[in-house]
Design a protein around this ligand. Structure first.
Ligand code: TYD
Ligand code: MG
Length: 457
């Protein structure tokens, strides 16, 4: 069955090769990392068959024309932005995420939009029956004739169908259900996933078909098949969100055709995923008025400023070791900021429990939210209510200085758009902002200045 192929075992951590399976890798001493893989035994001749092979010459960069690289829009603006401006023909896009987050729904909506424009689309599902897909499609809306469905998991059959039908776009749902006959391990194993992706990549590059691959996420949060997938595809998108909240965030983790820090925000409705045009407004929904321990901060997600409410609860600890938790942001960063407050501002926090939460379930790690976290902690521990028309951003250094952050002007503009009246921001951003009307800017150089300001208010 295996023509010119033999099975070897590779350590998934360090790449150590072995003829038989081993429990511990002799190379890196990691346990349980060996996975089988089929390797080709036909050596590619070094000199090449000169008569057959056309000689390849290097090309001048300037002379490469880009006309064929034109991107295709999906008519879903949030997705287009994350992709870097639309789908690049012949690209391989991996969409990862927890089960039930809405990957199949999103891709079915992409299929609908593309097929409505006359692009031929083939949706290949290894997970659901035609009936199940039809039921989902009914909730999303009506579909044109250009979308075809196919339920199959054998990649040789799939390759054959793609070669016959020559669609412009293919969706594979999901890579973990696909298998190749030549490999004996079960679908979803590392070698199957790698081989399947390899075949899909050849199809994408060879025929210029854009392929979307759905990948499930393991408990650790990686796409199953440790990282092998991420290296092979052009773009890796993660679909994340709180299962209990209705909004979903699409994040680019890798993108060969665009920036990786863009996010797209969606809301799950009963008619499928809906774009959220103004995420800040969405995130600030339900912010309590007149409560201490709460302030709005601003984080840049790609080119977009997003406003979020930061909440803190500081209370006396009943145990020797105080409890600290951070939800939606970096735990160590919160500890660091509390240490700065203790040492540089003189607020006693060592015997206090502290809980910091980014409301709405978003995850933010940009240092610009430091000032917001620090002010929320102070507000809670001193029981001061910060007016809900105040917004703060700025990075805090270890000496308690408030440091400059990028794109201050855009953040201020977003705050003004949403009706904030005062922005507390780093002094160092003064020159980059210029003249702003309709909003009060409070420039601070030290964390103490910001605290003084909120105490006065
Ligand atoms: P699905 O796309 O099947 O998730 P995945 O492919 O990532 O596993 O989405 C499943 C969830 O989405 C399911 O819990 C139901 C919900 N949903 C809606 O709320 N509205 C809809 O219109 C659709 C199609 C799904
Ligand atoms: Mg699915």
């Amino acid at each position: 069955m295996l023509k010119n192929k033999k099975i070897v075992y590779f350590c998934q951590e360090c790449g150590y090769e072995s003829a038989k399976w081993m429990g511990q890798c002799p190379g890196c001493k990691a346990w349980n990392t060996f996975a089988e893989e089929a390797v080709s035994t036909v050596k590619a001749s070094k000199t090449g068959d000169k008569k057959q092979e056309k000689r390849q010459e290097p090309v001048i960069l300037k002379n490469i024309s880009l006309s064929e690289e034109e991107r295709q829009t999906t008519n879903i603006k949030e997705l287009d932005r994350v992709l870097g401006g639309g789908i690049v023909p012949g690209s391989l896009v991996l969409v990862g995420g927890d089960p039930g987050i809405g990957k199949s729904t999103l891709l079915l909506q992409v299929c609908r939009n593309l097929s409505d424009k006359g692009t031929s689309v083939l949706y290949i599902s290894g997970e659901e029956s035609l009936r199940q897909i039809k039921l989902r499609a009914n909730r999303i809306g009506t579909f044109s004739d250009h979308l075809e469905l196919f339920c199959e998991t054998n990649l040789e059959v799939i390759r054959d169908v793609i070669e016959r039908k020559k669609p412009d776009t293919v969706v594979i749902d999901s890579i973990q259900t696909m298998f190749h006959e030549d490999i004996s391990s079960a679908p979803g194993s590392v070698s199957q996933v790698r081989e399947s992706t390899n075949i899909l990549m050849q199809i994408a590059k060879g025929m210029g078909i854009s392929i979307f691959i759905v990948g499930h996420v393991t408990k650790e949060g990686n796409v199953a098949g440790p990282r092998v997938l991420e290296h092979m595809v052009d773009t890796v998108l993660y679909f994340e969100g709180d299962r209990h909240a209705s909004y979903r965030i699409l994040r680019a983790v890798k993108n060969r055709f665009g920036s990786t820090n863009e996010i797209g925000v969606f809301e799950m409705r009963n008619t499928g995923l809906e774009e959220v045009k103004n995420p800040s407004e969405f995130m600030l929904n339900g912010k309590p008025a007149g409560a201490s321990g709460s302030i709005v901060a601003c984080s840049m997600e790609g080119t977009r400023p997003i406003l979020v409410e930061i909440q803190a609860l500081v209370c006396q600890s009943n145990f020797g070791i105080p409890r600290r938790t951070a939800v939606g942001t970096d735990f160590n960063r919160v500890n660091l900021l509390m240490a700065v407050l203790e040492k540089k501002v003189g607020i006693r926090l060592a015997s206090c429990d502290a809980y910091v939460n980014i409301a709405g379930g978003m995850k933010m790690t940009e240092p610009a939210i430091d000032l917001g976290i620090a002010l929320a902690v102070v507000s809670s521990s001193r029981d001061i209510v910060i007016p809900d028309t105040v917004l703060a951003f700025g990075e805090i250094g270890l000496s308690g200085e408030v440091r400059a952050v990028s794109m201050a002007g855009q953040r201020v503009a977003e705050a003004r758009k949403l009706g904030f009246q005062t922005v507390i921001l780093p002094e160092a951003c003064r020159s980059s902002i210029g003249k702003t009307e309709g909003i009060r800017l409070v420039f601070v150089s030290w964390i103490q200045d910001a605290i003084q300001y909120i105490m006065k208010e």
